[in-house]
Write a protein that binds this ligand. Structure first.
Ligand SMILES: [Zn+2]
Ligand SMILES: [Zn+2]
Length: 100
């Protein structure tokens, strides 16, 4: 998998990446293992949104959890509503045993 190409396509929704590239342009943070790991995960993009078909990737903390089950994660209100109504989350909310 070409990480570079993946990044170009999937960077939408990765709020942190813009801030990170600003840091990197300023320099000085490149040697930080923690930041490198943070940056790698942000750019690789982890898809946390439970809404099927949603391509938004990013950091786990950028996704809000379903207030009822505290398990499902969504990139935003739109996806949460959509998964609740058409995605069937209202049927599984609170009953699903998912590991996240
Ligand atoms: Zn989403
Ligand atoms: Zn829920």
């Amino acid at each position: 998998m070409d990480a570079q190409g993946r990044r170009e396509r999937e960077h939408r929704g990765v709020l942190a990446s813009r801030q990170i590239s600003r840091w990197l342009r300023k320099g000085g943070y490149n040697s930080s293992d923690k930041l490198v790991d943070f940056r790698r995960r942000a750019l690789e993009g982890v898809r946390y949104c439970y809404n099927d078909g949603c391509e938004v990737v990013g950091q786990r903390k950028d996704f809000k959890v379903c207030p009822q089950c505290k398990t499902a994660r969504y990139c935003g209100d739109a996806c949460q509503r959509q998964d609740w109504t058409t995605g069937g989350h209202k049927l599984t909310c609170g009953t699903a045993q998912m590991h996240t």
